[in-house]
Structures are given as structure tokens and as C-alpha cells.
Design a binder for this molecule. Structure first.
Ligand code: AMP
Length: 409
């Protein structure tokens, strides 16, 4: 088979030149499949994780269609609408549209909640070729007549599974009801749960199905393991590993916002450059934290799942699950941050006895038993029961244990 290039996929010169400048030499698998289909106007149902190049997979052909086809956009109208679960992902997808669309005569903008709505309304006045938005803010804009969909030709749902997880289904239904029936719809999701399949069944017309990595598996180039540890010793263990393994940039996932702040405070008190990203922080502070991390100004970024969703951080060698995620799918999203584009990565989970059911759920979802490596000096007193890829948790061995109450009594 001849080598696939962006030109052979049917992209116009202007886009190919931009990609050349960005150093994109060959299309990724998701791009090879998605670009011709989207150019041809087909609907798409794509199982592709972050890091596969999916954003360019839809942005490039849509930019081309917008440039080559259709009338100019009218006041308050939108021709391509991209919905994302989080503000960060919205920003990132919008940046990709700007980057890939450099030099094309198109108007793009991004809209999400937590910031003033007025500038977004102003931008919409002249109409937009591409609007990237989170569902809640989009509905606000729609209800205030700031956006209309008479010219809408394509709807993209990015990280659709996450939108449902975050409870956006009502907002989504309200948006769908406002859109023209005749349109192109592209649905991207890291995992395909039954609710996503149900959504696809009503939204998509004869879609092309793309499945990039096998369903619900984690990226192979990421080395993953578990360190069993007592809950109260996790902070200490984390600092120990940081020093011992000489980690450079680390993205750390913590279950709660409070936990995020506590860990960051601890690290700062030890003189380690760290920053936090979670839902309580105002949007500018979150973006600033991300920028500081990306530029290397801080080494440790501590995040909750919601806030970290979709962060585009390239070549991240290290992800640490300080706490396991409550939703097993999030494990896949988390470690999707590392080992991108074939780069090697490590994902380490600090697991305490309380988290054994979460661990079993992750192993079942990813069809693997994660290796356990104890860290000398941090062996768990509260044993973490053995788990396996069938989702089973081995019952505690019945050894006659001395009751800790006998001594005290
Ligand atoms: P995504 O999966 O859309 O989040 O993209 C992951 C990363 O891969 C982004 O940083 C893109 O800039 C980069 N990327 C996407 N397509 C290509 C390509 N064909 N060649 C090289 N890098 C790419």
C-alpha cells in the first residue's frame, strides 16, 4: 500500500502546508479513516482516545468543507458546532481549529461557563463558522437568542461519554432539539457504553464506525503498575517516589478538591514547584496552572478528573494516580495523558485497602491484572486484597488474627 499522506486523503494545499509547518508528516490511523469520510459529508461514530490525533481528524476536514462549500455565515449563525464536556477541552479544541485553520477566511470562537457571557455574545453577532462550546453555556446563549442554528451543517460531540458522565444529557437533548434535522453528526468517545450507543442510534445516520484502539483498553506503550500502601501514608510515599525516581513533569490525580489542595500545600511546603487544577478554581487560574505546567515552570500538576479532562499535554512521561478514580473509565482517560504518539510513559497507582473494589473494576474494564510492586518501607499494614482482570476480589485469608482489642481491654 502506498504511504498515506494528508494530500492523498484529499486535503487542500493550504491545510497541507500548515500541517507541514506543524511537523505533522503522516496522518494517524483515526485521521486516515475520518478525514475522507468527513469530507464526503458522512456521519461518524469514532472510538478514539485522546492522543490519537482525533481533533485533527475532525477539525481538518471540517475546516476544508467550511472553506470550499456553502454560503457565508449570517448574523448569530453557526455552521459547525463542537460540544465538549469541559472548558479546558473546549479551549484546546478551539486552539486546534485556530492552528489548523491559519490563513483560512473563517471565524471561530469558544464559549463556556464561568466567564462573562457578553464577549461571547458579541463574537456571535457577526456569525461564526466554528463554535466550540460546553453544553450549558451554549444553551444559555441559545435561550438569549445569541445563537441560531438555521445554517448549522455539522455537529461534533467530542468526548461524548464524558458529557454523559458529567450529567449533561438534558442539556444535550435540548441542544439536539434546536438543531436542523438535516446535518452531519460526528460522535467521538473514548469508551462506548450502552448509553453512548443509544445516543448514537438516534443521532447518527448510517455512520462510518471507526474503532482505533480496541474497546476499553489502555494505551500499550504505557507501563502501568500499582503500589499497595496505607491511605495515610500516600503523601509521604508520593514525596519519596518523586525524589527517588527523579520525576520531571508529573500529572497527579486526586479524588477530591480538598485532597488536591492538601497535596499541593504539602509539596509547596517542601519547596517543590506544584500547582492545582480543580473545579473550584476560576477558569483563568486553571488555564494559568496548565500553562505553568506546560512551560515547565511547575513540575507537579495536581488535578481532579473533571478538571483534567482533555488536557493536551504532550510527551508526559509520568501520571500518578494518588487516588483511584471512582469511575473506572476515568482510569483510561487519565493514563491517556502519557505515552502519546508512541512515546513511552508510566502510570503508577497508589492503592489502599479501601480502594480494592475500584481497582477490581479498572482491571475488569481494561482486561488486565495490574502488576503490584511494593515500595520498601511503605508496605501496607492494611492489606489490599488481590484482584484480577475478571473483576474479582480475593477474600481475606482466614488466618487467626490477634484482635487489637484484646490488648487494650
Ligand atoms: P488529540 O488526540 O487530538 O488530542 O491529539 C494528540 C496530539 O497529537 C496533539 O498534540 C496533536 O497536535 C498531535 N497530532 C495530531 N495529529 C498528528 C499527526 N498526524 N502527526 C503528528 N502529531 C499529531
Amino acid at each position: 500500500m502506498p504511504t498515506m499522506t494528508f494530500t492523498t486523503l484529499g486535503l487542500i494545499d493550504q491545510l497541507c502546508r500548515t500541517l507541514d509547518e506543524l511537523g505533522y508528516q503522516t496522518p494517524t490511523p483515526v485521521q486516515t479513516q475520518a478525514i475522507p469520510a468527513v469530507l464526503a459529508g458522512r456521519d461518524l461514530m469514532a472510538a478514539a482516545q485522546t492522543g490519537t490525533g482525533k481533533t485533527a481528524g475532525f477539525a481538518l476536514p471540517l475546516l476544508q468543507r467550511l472553506t470550499m462549500e456553502g454560503p457565508q455565515v449570517g448574523a448569530n449563525s453557526v455552521r459547525v458546532l463542537v460540544l465538549t464536556p469541559t472548558r479546558e477541552l473546549a479551549e484546546q479544541v478551539h486552539e486546534s481549529f485556530c492552528e489548523y485553520g491559519a490563513g483560512l477566511p473563517l471565524r471561530t470562537h469558544v464559549a463556556y461557563g464561568g466567564v462573562s457571557i457578553n464577549p461571547q455574545m458579541m463574537k456571535l453577532r457577526k456569525g461564526l463558522d466554528v463554535l466550540v462550546a460546553t453544553p450549558g453555556r451554549l444553551l444559555d446563549l441559545y435561550r438569549q437568542n445569541a445563537v441560531k442554528f438555521d445554517q448549522l451543517q455539522t455537529l461534533v460531540l467530542d468526548e461524548a461519554d464524558r458529557m454523559l458522565d458529567l450529567g449533561f444529557s438534558q442539556e444535550l437533548n435540548a441542544v439536539f432539539a434546536a438543531l436542523p434535522k438535516k446535518r452531519q453528526t460526528l460522535l467521538f468517545s473514548a469508551t462506548f457504553s450502552d448509553p453512548i450507543r443509544a445516543l448514537a442510534a438516534v443521532l447518527l445516520m448510517n455512520p462510518l464506525s471507526i474503532e482505533i484502539s480496541p474497546r476499553n483498553t489502555t494505551v500499550k506503550s504505557v507501563k502501568q503498575w500499582v503500589i499497595p500502601v496505607d491511605k495515610k501514608r500516600k503523601p509521604e510515599l508520593f514525596c519519596h517516589l518523586l525524589k527517588k525516581r527523579r520525576w520531571g513533569q508529573v500529572l497527579v490525580f486526586v479524588k477530591t478538591r480538598k485532597g488536591v489542595d492538601q497535596l499541593v500545600d504539602l509539596l509547596l511546603s517542601l519547596g517543590i514547584r506544584a500547582d492545582a487544577i480543580h473545579g473550584d478554581k476560576p477558569q483563568p487560574a486553571r488555564l494559568r496552572a496548565l500553562d505553568r505546567f506546560k512551560s515547565g515552570e511547575v513540575n507537579i500538576l495536581v488535578a481532579t478528573d473533571v478538571a483534567a479532562r482533555g488536557l493536551d499535554i504532550d510527551d508526559l512521561p509520568q501520571v500518578v494516580n494518588f487516588d483511584l478514580p471512582i469511575v473506572a473509565e476515568d482510569y483510561i482517560h487519565r493514563i491517556g495523558r502519557t505515552g502519546r504518539a508512541g512515546a513511552k510513559g508510566e502510570a503508577i497507582s497508589l492503592v489502599c485497602a479501601d480502594e480494592v473494589d475500584l481497582l477490581a473494576a479498572i482491571e475488569m474494564l481494561t482486561k488486565q491484572t495490574l502488576p503490584r510492586i511494593e515500595e520498601p518501607g511503605f508496605e501496607a499494614e492494611h492489606r489490599v486484597p488481590l484482584t484480577n482482570a475478571a473483576g474479582q476480589v480475593q477474600k481475606k485469608p482466614k488466618k487467626p488474627k490477634k484482635s487489637k482489642w484484646t490488648k487494650a481491654a
